[in-house]
Design a protein around this ligand. Structure first.
Ligand SMILES: [Zn+2]
Length: 237
């Protein structure tokens, strides 16, 4: 695509965010691959490889050595500008919290690899605490969700609630194929929200998107947020 076209779409995204009263961001593995984390379902993704009986891709960095990238920080800038109503993530890599996202603005649909969860009351604890039982007496288990396991209740219900209330739903780095995660943009659309998708690969929602970016997240989101800050008077052009 032509550069001019990208510039004008970034400008449109900034204006949509400026006008939005309830901006909900939804992230998938694609945002973290730009931090060097492996993708899951792409052609060379972790799960694709696992299904073929292959080990993880050799270039993959260890989780704890991975830092948030400009895409993650652009979402933190939205939070600072008071523009982030809620963030829903399919990622378990802790990079949103590490980047500075407020826990009360975040739903982690598949759990978080650095957290343990009480199987009785749902309270979570830092894995590094070494605790084995919750204050309520319930046993702690890894908070990450395996295939077939139910998703965490609090995160799931908040995600649905905010999707239904959003007027701008921004998908960042997800191919939107795993349910119930993929239900979120459908809920938002049903409620009349505008849908924007930044993802390298096609998604089942492309035809419903008001604005579509196939470019790298780092080439789109930080620029759109900078432009938004100019519009809101938080930065100078
Ligand atoms: Zn408990």
């Amino acid at each position: 695509m032509e550069r001019d076209d990208l510039d004008s779409r970034i400008e449109t995204l900034a204006k949509l965010m400026f006008k939005a009263r309830s901006l909900v961001v939804f992230t998938g593995a694609g945002i973290s691959t730009e931090s060097g984390l492996p993708d899951f379902r792409g052609p060379d993704g972790l799960w694709t490889r696992r299904d073929k009986g292959l080990p993880p891709p050799p270039k993959a960095k260890s989780w704890h050595l991975v830092d948030p990238n400009p895409g993650h920080y652009a979402i933190v800038e939205l939070q600072k500008a008071g523009k982030l109503k809620f963030l829903i993530s399919q990622n378990v890599d802790n990079l949103h919290l590490k980047s500075g996202i407020r826990p009360d603005l975040l739903a982690e649909l598949h759990g978080n690899m650095t957290r343990m969860r009480c199987t009785r009351c749902g309270e979570t604890y830092d894995r590094a605490s070494g605790l084995r039982a919750c204050q309520c007496g319930g046993p702690l288990e890894p908070s990450t969700v395996d295939f077939g396991q139910p998703l965490p209740e609090r995160d799931l219900s908040l995600a649905y609630e905010h999707s239904r209330k959003s007027d701008l739903f921004l998908v960042v780095g997800s191919s939107l194929v795993v349910t119930p995660a993929a239900d979120m943009p459908a809920e938002a659309l049903r409620a009349g929200a505008k849908l924007v998708i930044i993802n390298a690969g096609r998604t089942p929602f492309d035809r419903y998107a008001h604005l579509r970016f196939f470019e790298a997240i780092g080439a789109v989101l930080p620029r759109a947020v900078e432009r938004l800050k100019v519009l809101t008077g938080l930065a100078h052009s």
